[in-house]
Structure formats: C-alpha cells, structure tokens
Write a protein that binds this ligand. Structure first.
Ligand code: FMN
Length: 273
C-alpha cells in the first residue's frame, strides 16, 4: 500500500510537495501531471509529514498509522520574536517546588507538544517514564545517594567525587540535593545509541521550555542521569523495558518562587564565513 495518498480533486499540481520532501521521494510527473511517490520508495519514506504539512490544498494524506494533535483550525504564527525571546530567556532551572502534585492530564498535554520535537530521520525513539508518585521520587533520590556513598568510599576516580560528600551530608540533614524535593520526574528513555540520546535530549529541552506555559518549572537531573548509567540497584528500580536505557531526566513541579529577572550570559560565540 502507498505510504501517502494524493487527492486529485484537491491537488493543483503546484509542485511544493516535490520540493519539500527531505528524501526527494515525490516525483512531479505522474498521471495527469499529478505528483506521486513510486511504490518502491515506500520503505524509504521517513514519515515526517512534511508533504502533508506544506501542501496548501490539504491534498496529501498519510496512509500509515499516525496520531495528530487537535490544534485550532487556523495555524497562525502570531507570536512575535520579542515575546518568544522573552519567554525562552525566562526559562530557568527550578530547584524549589511547592508540595503540590501536577495532574496527569496536564503532563499528557505537555507531552502532546513535546512529541513534535525533531528526531533523526524522524525515528521518534523517545519514550517516557513519568515518576508521578512523590514517594518514588524520594526513593530514587535515596538510591542516587547510596551510589554516591559507595563511590566516595571506594578508590574509584570520578569527576563528581569532590561534590559528593557535601551532597551526602545535605541528604543526611534532610535535604534532597538530587531531585530538589520535586514532586515528579520525567525520564526520557530509548535504545542505547547516540542518535536516540540526542533525540531524548532535544525532547527534554522542549519539555523544559514548554512547562512554564503551564505554570510549572523543571530542572535537569544530571546526578541521577550519571548514577543511572551504572548503578544496578537504581537501574533495577527504574525497570525500563529490555534494550532501553535512561537517556536523561528532569525533575518538575509547581515552582515555589517566581522568576523576576533574566540573568546575564556570555554573548553568542560566532564564526562567520
Ligand atoms: C545536562 C545538565 C545537567 C544538569 N544537572 C543538574 C543537576 O543535577 N542538579 C541541578 O540542580 N541542576 C542541574 N542542571 C542545571 C544547570 O545547573 C543550569 O542549567 C545552569 O546553572 C544554568 O542555569 P539556568 O538553567 O537557570 O539558566 C543541569 C543542566 C544540564 C544542562
């Protein structure tokens, strides 16, 4: 069966689809001047939906199973660059959270945006382990601390070793230096390869950027990520499906404090050629 279908009643033969296809699979000279994709190319199509997305007449439909988002009828790009720039610059790592859970529907709505993040050859390899249970987040923190205790007591070299002792003592005094008391954790997992890793990082970056629009805040969980790459009790606790690994994670929830200012950063470092 063809991967995409062209509606001859709607198609104006404008040729945009032939130029848009990233793999160059749509040819312009089919029957009656209709664009078409040769059957032999079906397996090469990356199912990115660029043809469907850019067709001005809505004449192209995917024939593969896909899940569209419900978005408002007219897709407008009415956000000014100033507004978007302020929104993006206001993103901050959030390390203090209210003791208030985020409902699952809100999290699903955020992930419905995040699933549109780009991925290499449109592989979409990102899966989510959402630790919604606050007690489970605490358990994960305690396992990361166990990992730090073992590593600190060993002769093994580790770049994070210098900060581990202070984190362990903060934990022993009742703080959560790993997940920062956040109610939830978003863990992006995928097969253990470099392309999937990159795609998970992109997806989590989208997640972090999207959450303030829902009144939420997030922070990368770097220590958790490192511990989860080697500490077996933590790997067992996560219980990810066979062949998959945690690629990275973020804590998130309702921020305790408001952001009032945007801090300074280095100027963009650019080479022009
Ligand atoms: C890969 C990565 C891992 C991080 N891990 C942690 C972490 O374990 N704990 C933490 O409090 N912040 C963590 N951060 C947040 C950084 O400290 C933060 O992004 C940086 O200080 C800049 O602050 P901003 O995010 O508010 O702009 C991490 C950030 C990144 C990109």
């Amino acid at each position: 069966m063809a991967t995409i279908s062209f509606n001859p009643q709607l198609c104006t033969r404008c040729g945009i689809c032939t130029q848009i296809c990233p793999v160059g699979l749509i040819l312009p000279d089919g029957e009656d001047g209709m664009p078409f994709m040769p059957d032999a190319m079906d397996s090469v199509c990356i199912k990115c939906g660029a043809c469907e997305s850019f067709c001005p007449e809505g004449a192209i439909s995917p024939m593969f199973s896909t899940t569209h988002s419900l978005v408002s009828a007219s897709i407008t790009q009415d956000m000014s660059s100033d507004k978007l720039g302020s929104y993006m610059r206001m993103r901050r790592s959030i390390r203090n959270y209210k003791d208030e859970p985020v409902d699952k529907k809100t999290i699903e709505n955020i992930l419905d945006i995040v699933r549109y993040a780009p991925s290499g050859i449109n592989n979409q390899p990102v899966h989510w382990l959402m630790i919604h249970d606050h007690d489970e987040v605490r358990k994960i923190t305690s396992l990361v601390i166990d990992w730090m205790r073992e590593l600190s007591a060993s002769d093994q070299e580790h770049p994070m070793k210098p900060v581990m002792l202070s984190m362990i003592s903060a934990y022993d005094m009742g703080a959560d230096p790993i997940c920062r008391g956040a109610p939830h954790l978003a863990i992006a997992y995928a097969p253990d390869d470099e392309m999937s890793y990159t795609d998970c990082i992109i997806a989590l970056s989208w997640f972090e950027l999207a959450v303030p629009a829902y009144g939420l805040g997030a922070c990368w969980a770097g220590f958790l990520k490192v511990a989860a790459s080697s500490y077996q009790p933590l790997i067992d606790e996560l219980g990810l499906p066979e062949g998959h690994v945690m690629q990275h994670a973020m804590m998130f929830g309702y921020p305790e404090y408001r952001i009032h200012n945007i801090p300074g950063r280095k100027p963009a470092s650019i080479i022009w050629k």
